[in-house]
Design a protein around this ligand. Structure first.
Ligand SMILES: [Zn+2]
Length: 96
């Protein structure tokens, strides 16, 4: 017997979905590929330097490595916003 990780109810060994809460049951015998989905500093730096890269990378890799892709995409957006603000301020000051 095993237990649902979400609601704690006893469920069948071969169950894939918990009958109580409908949550997907993870099988401990199958190792999950989560090791690869970690925030990559290199990718974030690249996304900061080339925001377009990060913005393309985010939806492209979101299904495979959501954390990595999200961090990359958010970095790209922040970098883009910051450079846009800087450009705006510099342009504004230049116009004076
Ligand atoms: Zn459950």
């Amino acid at each position: 017997m095993k237990f649902c990780a979400k609601c704690g109810k006893e469920i069948l060994e071969e169950a894939v979905v918990c009958p109580n809460c409908g949550c997907a049951v993870t099988n401990p015998s199958v190792p999950q590929q989560i090791a690869e989905d970690q925030v990559s500093v290199g990718l974030c730096v690249l996304a900061a330097l080339i925001p377009l890269f990060g913005i393309i990378y985010w939806p492209l890799k979101y299904k495979e490595t959501p954390k990595k892709a999200q961090a990359c995409g958010i970095t790209a957006i922040i970098s883009w916003a910051v450079s846009f603000c800087f450009g705006f301020v510099i342009g504004f000051l230049g116009a004076l």
